[in-house]
Design a protein around this ligand. Structure first.
Ligand SMILES: Nc1ncnc2c1ncn2[C@@H]1O[C@H](COP(=O)(O)OP(=O)(O)OP(=O)(O)O)[C@@H](O)[C@H]1O
Length: 618
Protein backbone atom coordinates (compact mmCIF):
# COMPACT_ATOMS: atom_id res chain seq x y z
CA UNK A 1 0.00 0.00 0.00
CA UNK A 2 1.49 3.31 -0.98
CA UNK A 3 2.23 5.47 2.02
CA UNK A 4 1.24 9.10 2.10
CA UNK A 5 4.29 11.02 3.27
CA UNK A 6 3.88 14.41 4.86
CA UNK A 7 7.21 16.13 5.50
CA UNK A 8 8.10 16.40 9.17
CA UNK A 9 8.23 20.17 8.98
CA UNK A 10 4.59 20.17 7.97
CA UNK A 11 3.79 19.12 11.53
CA UNK A 12 3.43 22.63 12.74
CA UNK A 13 0.58 24.35 14.43
CA UNK A 14 -1.66 26.76 12.65
CA UNK A 15 -1.15 29.68 14.91
CA UNK A 16 -2.35 32.98 16.00
CA UNK A 17 -3.99 35.29 13.60
CA UNK A 18 -2.71 32.93 10.93
CA UNK A 19 -5.34 30.44 11.97
CA UNK A 20 -8.16 32.95 11.65
CA UNK A 21 -7.06 34.07 8.24
CA UNK A 22 -5.88 30.74 6.91
CA UNK A 23 -8.83 30.33 4.60
CA UNK A 24 -8.23 33.84 3.22
CA UNK A 25 -4.60 33.06 2.49
CA UNK A 26 -5.57 29.77 0.87
CA UNK A 27 -8.00 31.65 -1.34
CA UNK A 28 -5.20 33.97 -2.44
CA UNK A 29 -3.31 30.99 -3.84
CA UNK A 30 -4.47 30.55 -7.49
CA UNK A 31 -3.63 26.83 -7.50
CA UNK A 32 -5.74 26.31 -4.41
CA UNK A 33 -8.64 28.25 -5.92
CA UNK A 34 -8.55 26.33 -9.22
CA UNK A 35 -8.36 22.97 -7.47
CA UNK A 36 -11.17 23.92 -5.08
CA UNK A 37 -13.38 24.99 -8.00
CA UNK A 38 -12.77 21.68 -9.80
CA UNK A 39 -13.49 19.68 -6.66
CA UNK A 40 -16.65 21.69 -6.05
CA UNK A 41 -17.82 21.02 -9.63
CA UNK A 42 -17.19 17.28 -9.23
CA UNK A 43 -19.13 17.21 -5.97
CA UNK A 44 -22.02 19.24 -7.43
CA UNK A 45 -22.20 17.06 -10.54
CA UNK A 46 -22.39 13.96 -8.32
CA UNK A 47 -25.11 15.44 -6.12
CA UNK A 48 -27.23 16.79 -8.99
CA UNK A 49 -26.33 14.12 -11.55
CA UNK A 50 -29.96 13.25 -12.39
CA UNK A 51 -31.08 16.86 -12.79
CA UNK A 52 -28.07 17.93 -14.88
CA UNK A 53 -28.02 15.15 -17.47
CA UNK A 54 -31.64 13.97 -17.62
CA UNK A 55 -30.42 10.48 -18.55
CA UNK A 56 -30.61 7.26 -16.55
CA UNK A 57 -27.01 5.99 -16.33
CA UNK A 58 -28.19 2.37 -16.62
CA UNK A 59 -30.56 2.86 -19.57
CA UNK A 60 -29.14 0.95 -22.54
CA UNK A 61 -30.27 1.61 -26.11
CA UNK A 62 -28.38 -0.36 -28.73
CA UNK A 63 -29.52 2.10 -31.39
CA UNK A 64 -27.29 4.67 -29.67
CA UNK A 65 -24.31 2.31 -29.23
CA UNK A 66 -21.05 4.23 -29.52
CA UNK A 67 -22.92 7.39 -30.52
CA UNK A 68 -20.45 10.25 -31.07
CA UNK A 69 -20.32 13.29 -28.75
CA UNK A 70 -22.29 16.50 -29.20
CA UNK A 71 -25.32 14.74 -30.63
CA UNK A 72 -28.26 13.54 -28.58
CA UNK A 73 -25.76 12.49 -25.95
CA UNK A 74 -23.45 15.39 -25.06
CA UNK A 75 -20.38 13.18 -24.53
CA UNK A 76 -21.65 10.33 -26.68
CA UNK A 77 -22.86 6.87 -25.63
CA UNK A 78 -20.97 3.71 -24.70
CA UNK A 79 -21.08 0.30 -26.45
CA UNK A 80 -24.44 -0.44 -24.81
CA UNK A 81 -25.89 2.94 -25.82
CA UNK A 82 -25.76 4.38 -22.25
CA UNK A 83 -25.20 8.12 -21.83
CA UNK A 84 -21.52 8.76 -21.03
CA UNK A 85 -22.12 12.08 -19.21
CA UNK A 86 -24.77 10.54 -16.94
CA UNK A 87 -22.47 7.62 -16.14
CA UNK A 88 -19.60 10.02 -15.41
CA UNK A 89 -21.69 12.07 -12.99
CA UNK A 90 -23.35 9.10 -11.30
CA UNK A 91 -19.95 7.40 -11.21
CA UNK A 92 -18.64 10.41 -9.28
CA UNK A 93 -21.01 9.44 -6.46
CA UNK A 94 -19.40 6.02 -6.19
CA UNK A 95 -15.90 7.46 -6.23
CA UNK A 96 -16.61 10.23 -3.73
CA UNK A 97 -18.53 8.03 -1.30
CA UNK A 98 -15.83 5.37 -1.59
CA UNK A 99 -13.13 7.97 -0.90
CA UNK A 100 -15.08 9.28 2.08
CA UNK A 101 -15.46 5.80 3.57
CA UNK A 102 -11.74 5.05 3.17
CA UNK A 103 -10.84 8.48 4.56
CA UNK A 104 -13.16 8.20 7.56
CA UNK A 105 -11.77 4.76 8.36
CA UNK A 106 -8.14 5.89 8.08
CA UNK A 107 -8.78 8.94 10.28
CA UNK A 108 -10.91 7.06 12.80
CA UNK A 109 -8.15 4.51 13.31
CA UNK A 110 -5.06 6.69 12.82
CA UNK A 111 -5.89 9.81 14.85
CA UNK A 112 -6.94 8.30 18.20
CA UNK A 113 -4.20 5.67 18.19
CA UNK A 114 -1.58 8.25 17.15
CA UNK A 115 -2.73 10.65 19.88
CA UNK A 116 -2.68 7.99 22.60
CA UNK A 117 0.63 6.50 21.45
CA UNK A 118 2.35 9.88 21.14
CA UNK A 119 0.99 11.40 24.32
CA UNK A 120 1.13 8.48 26.74
CA UNK A 121 3.84 6.42 24.97
CA UNK A 122 4.79 3.24 26.89
CA UNK A 123 3.52 -0.19 25.82
CA UNK A 124 0.66 1.18 23.70
CA UNK A 125 3.11 3.20 21.64
CA UNK A 126 5.38 0.19 21.06
CA UNK A 127 2.48 -2.08 20.18
CA UNK A 128 0.69 0.35 17.87
CA UNK A 129 3.93 1.37 16.10
CA UNK A 130 4.72 -2.29 15.51
CA UNK A 131 1.21 -2.90 14.20
CA UNK A 132 1.42 0.16 11.92
CA UNK A 133 4.68 -1.13 10.45
CA UNK A 134 3.05 -4.51 9.92
CA UNK A 135 0.09 -2.95 8.07
CA UNK A 136 2.40 -0.86 5.90
CA UNK A 137 4.39 -3.91 4.93
CA UNK A 138 1.26 -5.67 3.66
CA UNK A 139 0.67 -5.76 -0.11
CA UNK A 140 -2.55 -3.72 -0.02
CA UNK A 141 -4.01 -4.67 -3.38
CA UNK A 142 -3.54 -8.37 -2.74
CA UNK A 143 -5.18 -8.06 0.68
CA UNK A 144 -8.16 -6.30 -0.90
CA UNK A 145 -8.46 -8.83 -3.73
CA UNK A 146 -8.36 -11.66 -1.20
CA UNK A 147 -11.02 -9.89 0.82
CA UNK A 148 -13.26 -9.44 -2.21
CA UNK A 149 -13.05 -13.16 -2.93
CA UNK A 150 -14.38 -13.77 0.58
CA UNK A 151 -16.96 -10.99 1.15
CA UNK A 152 -17.85 -10.14 -2.44
CA UNK A 153 -17.35 -6.90 -4.38
CA UNK A 154 -19.35 -4.60 -2.01
CA UNK A 155 -17.90 -1.08 -1.99
CA UNK A 156 -18.20 -0.46 1.74
CA UNK A 157 -16.14 -3.46 2.83
CA UNK A 158 -13.49 -2.78 0.22
CA UNK A 159 -13.12 0.91 1.08
CA UNK A 160 -13.10 0.24 4.83
CA UNK A 161 -10.23 -2.17 4.19
CA UNK A 162 -8.45 0.47 2.08
CA UNK A 163 -8.93 2.95 4.89
CA UNK A 164 -7.49 0.55 7.46
CA UNK A 165 -4.49 -0.07 5.21
CA UNK A 166 -3.94 3.69 4.80
CA UNK A 167 -4.37 4.42 8.51
CA UNK A 168 -0.68 3.87 9.45
CA UNK A 169 0.17 7.07 7.54
CA UNK A 170 -2.31 9.01 9.67
CA UNK A 171 -1.10 7.22 12.80
CA UNK A 172 2.52 8.14 12.15
CA UNK A 173 1.75 11.75 11.29
CA UNK A 174 -0.40 12.18 14.40
CA UNK A 175 2.06 10.41 16.66
CA UNK A 176 5.07 12.41 15.43
CA UNK A 177 3.09 15.65 15.81
CA UNK A 178 2.14 14.76 19.38
CA UNK A 179 5.67 13.64 20.29
CA UNK A 180 7.02 16.94 18.97
CA UNK A 181 4.80 18.95 21.32
CA UNK A 182 4.24 16.71 24.35
CA UNK A 183 7.44 17.93 25.97
CA UNK A 184 6.69 21.58 25.22
CA UNK A 185 6.54 23.68 28.34
CA UNK A 186 3.05 24.92 27.56
CA UNK A 187 1.81 21.33 27.78
CA UNK A 188 3.38 21.10 31.26
CA UNK A 189 1.84 24.48 32.02
CA UNK A 190 -1.57 23.17 30.95
CA UNK A 191 -1.08 20.18 33.27
CA UNK A 192 -0.08 22.47 36.11
CA UNK A 193 -3.15 24.59 35.53
CA UNK A 194 -5.18 21.48 36.31
CA UNK A 195 -6.45 20.55 32.86
CA UNK A 196 -7.15 16.87 32.25
CA UNK A 197 -5.23 14.83 29.68
CA UNK A 198 -8.36 14.73 27.52
CA UNK A 199 -8.59 18.52 27.42
CA UNK A 200 -4.89 18.96 26.82
CA UNK A 201 -4.99 16.50 23.93
CA UNK A 202 -8.15 17.89 22.38
CA UNK A 203 -7.22 21.57 22.75
CA UNK A 204 -3.47 21.90 22.72
CA UNK A 205 -2.20 18.78 20.96
CA UNK A 206 -4.85 18.19 18.30
CA UNK A 207 -4.56 21.81 17.16
CA UNK A 208 -0.92 21.22 16.21
CA UNK A 209 -1.72 18.38 13.81
CA UNK A 210 -4.91 19.80 12.32
CA UNK A 211 -3.34 21.34 9.23
CA UNK A 212 -1.04 18.42 8.33
CA UNK A 213 -4.00 16.10 8.81
CA UNK A 214 -6.05 18.07 6.29
CA UNK A 215 -3.19 17.73 3.82
CA UNK A 216 -2.89 14.02 4.52
CA UNK A 217 -6.65 13.58 4.19
CA UNK A 218 -6.65 15.14 0.71
CA UNK A 219 -3.95 12.74 -0.37
CA UNK A 220 -5.68 9.70 1.12
CA UNK A 221 -8.88 10.65 -0.70
CA UNK A 222 -6.96 10.85 -3.98
CA UNK A 223 -5.32 7.48 -3.42
CA UNK A 224 -8.66 5.91 -2.52
CA UNK A 225 -10.26 7.19 -5.75
CA UNK A 226 -7.40 5.81 -7.85
CA UNK A 227 -7.39 2.45 -6.06
CA UNK A 228 -11.13 2.06 -6.34
CA UNK A 229 -11.09 2.94 -10.05
CA UNK A 230 -8.27 0.45 -10.47
CA UNK A 231 -10.32 -2.33 -8.90
CA UNK A 232 -13.35 -1.48 -11.04
CA UNK A 233 -11.08 -1.41 -14.07
CA UNK A 234 -9.93 -4.94 -13.21
CA UNK A 235 -13.58 -5.94 -13.11
CA UNK A 236 -13.71 -6.81 -9.43
CA UNK A 237 -16.15 -4.04 -8.49
CA UNK A 238 -19.93 -3.91 -8.45
CA UNK A 239 -20.89 -4.04 -12.17
CA UNK A 240 -24.50 -2.96 -11.53
CA UNK A 241 -23.50 0.63 -10.64
CA UNK A 242 -21.87 3.16 -12.96
CA UNK A 243 -18.34 3.99 -11.87
CA UNK A 244 -15.30 5.69 -13.35
CA UNK A 245 -13.18 2.53 -13.25
CA UNK A 246 -15.87 0.51 -14.98
CA UNK A 247 -16.17 3.20 -17.70
CA UNK A 248 -12.40 3.08 -18.19
CA UNK A 249 -12.51 -0.67 -18.55
CA UNK A 250 -15.34 -0.56 -21.15
CA UNK A 251 -13.65 2.27 -23.07
CA UNK A 252 -10.44 0.27 -23.08
CA UNK A 253 -12.23 -2.68 -24.76
CA UNK A 254 -13.45 -0.35 -27.53
CA UNK A 255 -10.33 1.77 -27.80
CA UNK A 256 -9.87 1.04 -31.54
CA UNK A 257 -13.54 1.68 -32.40
CA UNK A 258 -14.19 4.76 -30.22
CA UNK A 259 -10.87 6.11 -28.89
CA UNK A 260 -12.43 9.27 -27.38
CA UNK A 261 -14.44 7.14 -24.92
CA UNK A 262 -11.37 6.64 -22.73
CA UNK A 263 -10.83 10.40 -22.55
CA UNK A 264 -13.81 11.25 -20.28
CA UNK A 265 -13.26 8.89 -17.30
CA UNK A 266 -9.50 9.41 -17.59
CA UNK A 267 -9.97 13.16 -17.55
CA UNK A 268 -12.31 13.26 -14.56
CA UNK A 269 -10.16 10.86 -12.49
CA UNK A 270 -7.04 12.87 -13.33
CA UNK A 271 -8.70 16.21 -12.58
CA UNK A 272 -10.20 15.06 -9.28
CA UNK A 273 -7.09 13.33 -7.94
CA UNK A 274 -4.82 16.12 -9.23
CA UNK A 275 -7.01 18.77 -7.61
CA UNK A 276 -6.93 16.95 -4.28
CA UNK A 277 -3.13 16.75 -4.42
CA UNK A 278 -2.74 20.39 -5.49
CA UNK A 279 -5.15 21.58 -2.81
CA UNK A 280 -3.19 19.63 -0.17
CA UNK A 281 0.11 21.11 -1.39
CA UNK A 282 -1.33 24.65 -1.51
CA UNK A 283 -2.65 24.26 2.02
CA UNK A 284 0.72 23.00 3.23
CA UNK A 285 2.54 25.92 1.57
CA UNK A 286 0.12 28.38 3.12
CA UNK A 287 0.47 26.91 6.59
CA UNK A 288 4.25 26.64 6.44
CA UNK A 289 4.65 30.10 4.98
CA UNK A 290 2.72 31.59 7.86
CA UNK A 291 4.39 29.67 10.62
CA UNK A 292 6.57 31.53 13.08
CA UNK A 293 9.40 29.47 14.54
CA UNK A 294 8.26 27.49 17.56
CA UNK A 295 10.21 28.26 20.65
CA UNK A 296 12.47 25.49 21.83
CA UNK A 297 11.83 23.92 25.17
CA UNK A 298 15.22 24.65 26.68
CA UNK A 299 16.30 28.22 27.19
CA UNK A 300 19.85 29.15 26.38
CA UNK A 301 21.57 30.40 29.47
CA UNK A 302 22.21 34.09 29.52
CA UNK A 303 25.78 35.34 29.59
CA UNK A 304 25.33 36.33 33.18
CA UNK A 305 24.18 32.83 34.13
CA UNK A 306 26.98 31.18 32.22
CA UNK A 307 29.55 33.30 33.98
CA UNK A 308 27.92 32.67 37.31
CA UNK A 309 27.79 28.92 36.71
CA UNK A 310 31.42 28.82 35.64
CA UNK A 311 32.40 30.69 38.78
CA UNK A 312 30.42 28.25 40.89
CA UNK A 313 31.79 25.19 39.17
CA UNK A 314 35.35 26.22 39.99
CA UNK A 315 34.66 26.34 43.67
CA UNK A 316 32.14 23.54 44.03
CA UNK A 317 34.76 20.83 44.43
CA UNK A 318 36.34 22.65 47.32
CA UNK A 319 33.08 22.98 49.21
CA UNK A 320 31.33 19.76 48.31
CA UNK A 321 32.33 17.78 51.35
CA UNK A 322 31.63 20.47 53.92
CA UNK A 323 28.32 20.52 55.72
CA UNK A 324 27.47 23.46 57.94
CA UNK A 325 26.05 23.38 61.48
CA UNK A 326 22.65 24.31 60.00
CA UNK A 327 23.61 21.36 57.89
CA UNK A 328 21.74 19.25 55.48
CA UNK A 329 18.81 21.57 55.90
CA UNK A 330 17.31 18.83 58.06
CA UNK A 331 14.15 20.14 59.59
CA UNK A 332 14.07 19.99 63.33
CA UNK A 333 11.44 22.67 63.83
CA UNK A 334 8.78 21.63 61.37
CA UNK A 335 5.53 23.29 62.51
CA UNK A 336 2.56 21.02 62.88
CA UNK A 337 0.38 23.33 60.76
CA UNK A 338 2.89 23.70 57.91
CA UNK A 339 1.22 23.95 54.51
CA UNK A 340 3.77 21.80 52.71
CA UNK A 341 6.14 19.33 54.30
CA UNK A 342 8.82 17.48 52.35
CA UNK A 343 10.57 14.74 54.33
CA UNK A 344 13.72 12.94 53.22
CA UNK A 345 12.86 13.30 49.57
CA UNK A 346 14.98 11.22 47.24
CA UNK A 347 14.49 11.43 43.47
CA UNK A 348 16.33 9.26 40.98
CA UNK A 349 16.54 8.16 37.38
CA UNK A 350 17.09 4.43 36.81
CA UNK A 351 19.71 3.85 34.11
CA UNK A 352 19.79 1.09 31.48
CA UNK A 353 22.79 -0.55 33.20
CA UNK A 354 20.70 -1.11 36.33
CA UNK A 355 22.22 1.76 38.32
CA UNK A 356 20.21 4.79 39.46
CA UNK A 357 21.24 8.43 39.16
CA UNK A 358 20.15 10.19 42.32
CA UNK A 359 19.38 13.86 41.61
CA UNK A 360 17.68 14.81 44.90
CA UNK A 361 18.87 13.14 48.07
CA UNK A 362 17.39 13.39 51.55
CA UNK A 363 15.78 16.80 51.12
CA UNK A 364 13.53 17.91 53.98
CA UNK A 365 11.84 21.28 54.05
CA UNK A 366 8.54 22.92 54.82
CA UNK A 367 6.55 25.96 53.74
CA UNK A 368 4.10 27.70 56.05
CA UNK A 369 0.98 29.48 54.95
CA UNK A 370 1.86 33.01 53.92
CA UNK A 371 5.58 32.23 53.85
CA UNK A 372 8.06 32.49 50.99
CA UNK A 373 10.77 29.85 50.93
CA UNK A 374 13.69 30.44 48.60
CA UNK A 375 15.14 27.27 47.09
CA UNK A 376 18.60 28.29 46.02
CA UNK A 377 21.54 26.55 44.38
CA UNK A 378 23.65 26.47 41.30
CA UNK A 379 22.41 25.00 38.03
CA UNK A 380 21.85 21.25 38.33
CA UNK A 381 21.66 21.26 42.13
CA UNK A 382 18.18 19.71 42.08
CA UNK A 383 15.93 22.72 42.69
CA UNK A 384 13.60 22.04 39.77
CA UNK A 385 13.53 18.31 40.47
CA UNK A 386 12.40 19.08 44.02
CA UNK A 387 9.75 21.48 42.70
CA UNK A 388 8.54 19.01 40.06
CA UNK A 389 8.32 16.27 42.70
CA UNK A 390 6.00 18.50 44.73
CA UNK A 391 3.94 19.27 41.62
CA UNK A 392 3.86 15.59 40.62
CA UNK A 393 5.45 16.47 37.30
CA UNK A 394 8.63 14.41 37.27
CA UNK A 395 9.40 12.99 33.82
CA UNK A 396 8.25 9.41 33.19
CA UNK A 397 11.84 8.23 33.53
CA UNK A 398 12.24 9.71 37.02
CA UNK A 399 10.74 8.57 40.31
CA UNK A 400 10.48 9.44 43.97
CA UNK A 401 12.66 6.76 45.53
CA UNK A 402 12.37 7.81 49.15
CA UNK A 403 10.60 10.12 51.57
CA UNK A 404 7.20 11.74 51.52
CA UNK A 405 5.56 14.99 50.48
CA UNK A 406 2.55 16.20 52.46
CA UNK A 407 0.25 19.10 51.71
CA UNK A 408 -2.18 20.43 54.32
CA UNK A 409 -1.39 17.39 56.50
CA UNK A 410 -2.20 14.92 53.71
CA UNK A 411 0.49 12.77 52.08
CA UNK A 412 0.47 13.51 48.37
CA UNK A 413 3.59 11.65 47.26
CA UNK A 414 5.65 8.82 48.63
CA UNK A 415 8.25 6.36 47.47
CA UNK A 416 5.85 3.43 47.39
CA UNK A 417 3.74 5.33 44.84
CA UNK A 418 0.64 4.85 47.00
CA UNK A 419 -0.14 8.58 47.11
CA UNK A 420 -0.59 10.56 43.92
CA UNK A 421 -2.36 13.60 45.23
CA UNK A 422 -0.42 16.27 43.38
CA UNK A 423 -2.32 15.88 40.10
CA UNK A 424 -5.60 16.72 41.82
CA UNK A 425 -4.04 19.77 43.51
CA UNK A 426 -2.46 21.29 40.41
CA UNK A 427 -4.34 24.34 39.23
CA UNK A 428 -6.46 24.25 42.39
CA UNK A 429 -4.31 24.38 45.52
CA UNK A 430 -1.03 24.50 43.58
CA UNK A 431 -0.13 27.33 41.24
CA UNK A 432 3.01 27.26 39.14
CA UNK A 433 4.95 30.05 37.49
CA UNK A 434 7.51 28.83 35.00
CA UNK A 435 10.89 30.11 33.94
CA UNK A 436 10.21 30.77 30.26
CA UNK A 437 6.91 32.59 29.79
CA UNK A 438 6.73 32.29 26.00
CA UNK A 439 7.38 28.55 25.88
CA UNK A 440 4.67 28.00 28.46
CA UNK A 441 1.96 29.57 26.35
CA UNK A 442 0.39 27.66 23.50
CA UNK A 443 0.98 29.73 20.34
CA UNK A 444 -2.27 28.41 18.84
CA UNK A 445 -4.60 30.10 21.31
CA UNK A 446 -5.25 33.62 22.54
CA UNK A 447 -4.00 34.54 25.99
CA UNK A 448 -7.59 35.04 27.07
CA UNK A 449 -8.56 31.54 26.03
CA UNK A 450 -5.63 30.12 27.96
CA UNK A 451 -6.71 32.01 31.08
CA UNK A 452 -10.41 31.26 30.77
CA UNK A 453 -10.17 27.55 30.03
CA UNK A 454 -8.75 26.40 33.41
CA UNK A 455 -11.13 28.75 35.26
CA UNK A 456 -14.14 27.24 33.53
CA UNK A 457 -12.89 23.73 34.10
CA UNK A 458 -11.69 24.09 37.69
CA UNK A 459 -13.91 26.81 39.16
CA UNK A 460 -16.92 25.82 37.07
CA UNK A 461 -17.39 29.43 35.91
CA UNK A 462 -19.45 30.28 32.86
CA UNK A 463 -17.54 31.69 29.89
CA UNK A 464 -18.60 35.34 30.56
CA UNK A 465 -17.83 35.03 34.29
CA UNK A 466 -14.42 33.51 33.56
CA UNK A 467 -13.71 36.28 31.07
CA UNK A 468 -14.65 38.96 33.60
CA UNK A 469 -12.37 37.36 36.18
CA UNK A 470 -9.56 37.02 33.64
CA UNK A 471 -9.83 40.72 32.75
CA UNK A 472 -9.74 41.64 36.45
CA UNK A 473 -6.67 39.48 36.95
CA UNK A 474 -4.92 40.97 33.92
CA UNK A 475 -5.60 44.37 35.38
CA UNK A 476 -4.31 43.24 38.78
CA UNK A 477 -1.03 41.93 37.36
CA UNK A 478 -0.37 45.30 35.77
CA UNK A 479 -1.38 44.76 32.16
CA UNK A 480 -2.14 48.21 30.77
CA UNK A 481 -4.83 47.17 28.31
CA UNK A 482 -6.42 43.94 29.60
CA UNK A 483 -8.96 43.62 26.76
CA UNK A 484 -6.34 43.88 24.06
CA UNK A 485 -4.05 41.44 25.85
CA UNK A 486 -6.98 39.07 26.40
CA UNK A 487 -7.49 38.86 22.63
CA UNK A 488 -3.78 38.73 21.79
CA UNK A 489 -1.78 35.64 20.87
CA UNK A 490 1.46 34.91 22.74
CA UNK A 491 3.68 36.21 19.94
CA UNK A 492 1.88 39.56 20.11
CA UNK A 493 3.04 40.40 23.65
CA UNK A 494 6.43 40.96 25.27
CA UNK A 495 8.14 38.45 27.57
CA UNK A 496 7.30 40.54 30.61
CA UNK A 497 3.63 40.72 29.64
CA UNK A 498 3.58 36.99 28.96
CA UNK A 499 5.00 36.34 32.43
CA UNK A 500 2.35 38.61 33.96
CA UNK A 501 -0.31 36.63 32.10
CA UNK A 502 1.14 33.38 33.46
CA UNK A 503 1.18 34.85 36.96
CA UNK A 504 -2.47 35.83 36.50
CA UNK A 505 -3.17 32.25 35.39
CA UNK A 506 -1.24 30.78 38.32
CA UNK A 507 -3.30 32.69 40.90
CA UNK A 508 -6.59 32.51 39.00
CA UNK A 509 -7.94 29.59 40.99
CA UNK A 510 -6.73 30.98 44.33
CA UNK A 511 -3.99 28.45 45.08
CA UNK A 512 -2.65 27.98 48.59
CA UNK A 513 0.86 27.19 47.38
CA UNK A 514 2.62 28.98 44.55
CA UNK A 515 5.76 27.47 43.08
CA UNK A 516 7.75 29.94 41.01
CA UNK A 517 10.61 28.38 39.06
CA UNK A 518 13.08 31.19 38.34
CA UNK A 519 10.20 33.39 37.17
CA UNK A 520 12.36 36.37 36.32
CA UNK A 521 15.34 34.68 34.69
CA UNK A 522 14.13 35.07 31.11
CA UNK A 523 13.14 38.71 31.62
CA UNK A 524 14.83 42.01 31.08
CA UNK A 525 16.38 43.35 34.31
CA UNK A 526 14.03 46.32 34.39
CA UNK A 527 11.03 43.98 34.24
CA UNK A 528 12.46 41.54 36.79
CA UNK A 529 11.98 43.93 39.70
CA UNK A 530 8.39 44.72 38.69
CA UNK A 531 7.53 41.03 38.42
CA UNK A 532 9.07 40.34 41.84
CA UNK A 533 7.06 43.20 43.33
CA UNK A 534 3.94 41.80 41.73
CA UNK A 535 4.61 38.31 43.08
CA UNK A 536 5.28 39.60 46.56
CA UNK A 537 2.11 41.72 46.45
CA UNK A 538 -0.06 38.83 45.29
CA UNK A 539 1.52 36.45 47.78
CA UNK A 540 0.80 38.81 50.66
CA UNK A 541 -2.73 39.76 49.74
CA UNK A 542 -3.69 36.11 49.27
CA UNK A 543 -1.53 34.71 52.10
CA UNK A 544 -0.16 32.06 49.82
CA UNK A 545 2.73 29.82 50.73
CA UNK A 546 5.37 30.19 48.05
CA UNK A 547 8.49 28.40 46.90
CA UNK A 548 10.78 30.65 44.92
CA UNK A 549 13.23 28.52 42.96
CA UNK A 550 16.20 30.68 42.06
CA UNK A 551 19.94 30.79 41.74
CA UNK A 552 19.94 34.48 42.51
CA UNK A 553 20.41 35.73 46.07
CA UNK A 554 19.25 39.14 44.94
CA UNK A 555 15.83 37.60 44.36
CA UNK A 556 16.04 35.87 47.74
CA UNK A 557 16.83 39.16 49.44
CA UNK A 558 13.90 40.76 47.66
CA UNK A 559 11.18 38.31 48.39
CA UNK A 560 12.03 35.31 50.62
CA UNK A 561 11.41 34.76 54.32
CA UNK A 562 13.50 31.62 54.61
CA UNK A 563 16.09 30.03 52.37
CA UNK A 564 17.04 26.43 51.65
CA UNK A 565 20.37 26.06 49.87
CA UNK A 566 20.88 23.03 47.64
CA UNK A 567 24.08 21.58 46.30
CA UNK A 568 24.39 18.44 44.20
CA UNK A 569 20.90 17.25 45.13
CA UNK A 570 21.26 17.83 48.87
CA UNK A 571 20.24 20.62 51.20
CA UNK A 572 23.38 22.07 52.71
CA UNK A 573 21.87 24.87 54.73
CA UNK A 574 18.45 26.13 55.66
CA UNK A 575 17.80 29.32 57.60
CA UNK A 576 15.85 32.51 57.98
CA UNK A 577 16.78 34.80 55.09
CA UNK A 578 18.18 37.51 57.38
CA UNK A 579 20.29 35.04 59.30
CA UNK A 580 21.61 33.48 56.17
CA UNK A 581 22.70 36.78 54.69
CA UNK A 582 24.22 37.93 57.97
CA UNK A 583 25.96 34.72 58.86
CA UNK A 584 26.10 32.02 56.21
CA UNK A 585 27.44 28.88 57.88
CA UNK A 586 28.10 26.68 54.92
CA UNK A 587 31.13 27.43 52.69
CA UNK A 588 29.01 26.63 49.64
CA UNK A 589 26.40 29.17 50.75
CA UNK A 590 29.16 31.73 51.33
CA UNK A 591 30.56 31.05 47.90
CA UNK A 592 27.10 31.36 46.32
CA UNK A 593 26.47 34.61 48.18
CA UNK A 594 29.76 36.12 47.20
CA UNK A 595 29.41 35.11 43.55
CA UNK A 596 25.86 36.42 43.30
CA UNK A 597 26.21 39.59 45.25
CA UNK A 598 29.70 40.63 44.30
CA UNK A 599 28.46 42.95 41.58
CA UNK A 600 25.04 43.98 42.83
CA UNK A 601 23.28 45.01 45.97
CA UNK A 602 19.98 43.42 46.97
CA UNK A 603 17.28 45.75 45.71
CA UNK A 604 15.10 45.95 48.80
CA UNK A 605 16.22 46.81 52.29
CA UNK A 606 15.38 43.75 54.37
CA UNK A 607 14.76 45.76 57.50
CA UNK A 608 11.62 47.17 55.90
CA UNK A 609 9.95 43.78 55.84
CA UNK A 610 7.18 42.97 58.27
CA UNK A 611 7.69 40.31 60.88
CA UNK A 612 5.94 37.05 60.20
CA UNK A 613 3.77 35.16 62.64
CA UNK A 614 6.74 32.93 63.44
CA UNK A 615 8.83 35.91 64.29
CA UNK A 616 11.06 35.71 61.27
CA UNK A 617 11.84 38.88 59.45
CA UNK A 618 10.46 39.15 55.95
N1 LIG B 1 14.98 13.83 32.78
C1 LIG B 1 16.13 13.71 33.47
N2 LIG B 1 16.85 12.58 33.41
C2 LIG B 1 17.99 12.44 34.10
N3 LIG B 1 18.53 13.41 34.88
C3 LIG B 1 17.86 14.57 34.96
C4 LIG B 1 16.64 14.78 34.25
N4 LIG B 1 16.21 16.05 34.53
C5 LIG B 1 17.12 16.58 35.35
N5 LIG B 1 18.12 15.70 35.60
C6 LIG B 1 19.30 15.92 36.44
O1 LIG B 1 18.87 16.29 37.71
C7 LIG B 1 19.80 17.18 38.28
C8 LIG B 1 19.04 18.33 38.89
O2 LIG B 1 18.39 19.05 37.84
P1 LIG B 1 17.45 20.28 38.14
O3 LIG B 1 16.76 20.62 36.86
O4 LIG B 1 16.62 20.01 39.32
O5 LIG B 1 18.53 21.39 38.48
P2 LIG B 1 18.27 22.89 38.87
O6 LIG B 1 18.95 23.10 40.17
O7 LIG B 1 16.82 23.22 38.81
O8 LIG B 1 19.06 23.61 37.71
P3 LIG B 1 18.62 24.87 36.82
O9 LIG B 1 18.73 26.06 37.72
O10 LIG B 1 19.64 24.88 35.74
O11 LIG B 1 17.24 24.61 36.32
C9 LIG B 1 20.75 17.60 37.16
O12 LIG B 1 21.97 16.94 37.34
C10 LIG B 1 20.09 17.10 35.93
O13 LIG B 1 21.03 16.70 34.98
Amino acid sequence: MSEVVIPADAVVPVVASGRQKLYRRVLKNPMAVVSLVILALVVLSAVFAGQITGWDPGRADLNDALAPPFGEHLLGADASGRDVLARLFFGARVSLIGALIALATALAIGIPTGLIAGYFQGWFDSLSSWFASLLMAMPGLIVVLALISVIGPGMVGVMVTFGALLSPGVFRLTRSGVVSVRRELYIDAAKVSGLSDYRIISRHVLGVIRAPLVIQASMIAGIAIVLQAGLEFLGVGDSSTASWGQMLSEAFSNIYVAPTMILWPGLIIGLTVGSLAIFGAALRDTVQGAEPARKTRRRKPTNEEETSTRRLDLSTAATAAVISPRDGGQEDIEPSDALLVVRDLQVGYPQPDGSTTIVVDGVSLHVDRGEVLGLVGESGSGKSQTAFSILGLLPDTGAILGGTISFAARTIASADGAAHGAAALRGRQFGYIPQEPMSNLDPSFTLGFQLVEPMRHILGLSRPAAKTKALELLDRVGIADPRRTFDAYPHEVSGGMAQRVLIAGAVACDPELLIADEPTTALDVTVQAEVLDLLRGLQRERSMGMIMVTHNFGVVADICDRVAVMQAGRLVEQADALELFDDPHNPYTRMLLSSTLEDTEPRAARSTRPVSSRGTAR
